[in-house]
Design a protein around this ligand. Structure first.
Ligand SMILES: Cc1cc2nc3c(=O)[nH]c(=O)nc-3n(C[C@H](O)[C@H](O)[C@H](O)COP(=O)(O)O)c2cc1C
Length: 166
C-alpha cells in the first residue's frame, strides 16, 4: 500500500487578499485530489519577530516560529507561493524560513528542510509573474537540503485568480 504524502501549503504574503494565497490554495486542491493530506497555514496568523541572534540566545525560538517549524517537520513536502518583492522573496517568507532553520535541543540540523520536497510557485501582475523571486527561493531552499520543483504561473493565471474569492 502506498503511504499518503503530507503537504504543507503556504504563501509568502501576509495580505488578506493575496494572489499567492489564492494560487497556493489552487495547487493545494490539486494535491488533495491527487491523494495527499494537505494543510494550509497562513503566515499572517503566525507573526514572528525579525530574526535576531541575541533574542534567540536569550529566549530561544518565539512560539509562532516553533509552531511553524513543527508544522514543517510534520509534513513530507511543501507547496509555497512566493510574491516577488524587488526581484526576491518577501521578508515574511525569508524570516519564517530563517526561524524554522534554527535547531533546538534534540533536533538534527535543518530537520524541517532536509530531504523534503517543495513545489514553489509565484504570482504577480508584473511582466515576469514573480519568476525572479523564485530563483532566490530555489537557492535558499536548495541550500538547506530541500529538493525544489518550480511551478510557473503565467499572467493569464494571475488575471484568472484575481477574480476568484479566497
Ligand atoms: C515592496 C514591493 C515590491 C514589489 N516588487 C515586485 C517585483 O520586483 N516584481 C513583481 O513582479 N512584482 C513586484 N511587486 C508586486 C507584487 O508582486 C504584487 O503586489 C503581488 O500581488 C504581491 O503578492 P500578493 O498578492 O500575494 O500579496 C512588489 C510589491 C511590493 C509591495
Amino acid at each position: 500500500m502506498t503511504e499518503q504524502a503530507s503537504v504543507l501549503c503556504f504563501a509568502g504574503s501576509l495580505r488578506t487578499d493575496s494572489l499567492n494565497k489564492k494560487l497556493v490554495k489552487i495547487a493545494m486542491a490539486g494535491a488533495k485530489e491527487a491523494g495527499a493530506r494537505v494543510t494550509f497555514v497562513d503566515l499572517n496568523e503566525l507573526p514572528m519577530p525579525i530574526y535576531n541572534g541575541d533574542d534567540e540566545t536569550k529566549s530561544g525560538l518565539p512560539e509562532n516560529a516553533k509552531k511553524f517549524k513543527k508544522l514543517m517537520k510534520e509534513h513530507d513536502a511543501f507547496l509555497i507561493a512566493s510574491p516577488e518583492y524587488n526581484s526576491s522573496v518577501s521578508a515574511a517568507l525569508k524570516n519564517a524560513i530563517d526561524w524554522a532553520s534554527r535547531p533546538e535541543p534534540g533536533e538534527k540540523p535543518l530537520e524541517a528542510f532536509k530531504g523534503k520536497v517543495a513545489g514553489v510557485m509565484a504570482c504577480s501582475p508584473g511582466a515576469l509573474g514573480g519568476l525572479r523571486g523564485l530563483v532566490h527561493l530555489r537557492a535558499i531552499l536548495g541550500n538547506i537540503g530541500t529538493i525544489v520543483v518550480s511551478i510557473r504561473c503565467t499572467r493569464d493565471v494571475v488575471r484568472e485568480i484575481s477574480f476568484q474569492k479566497q
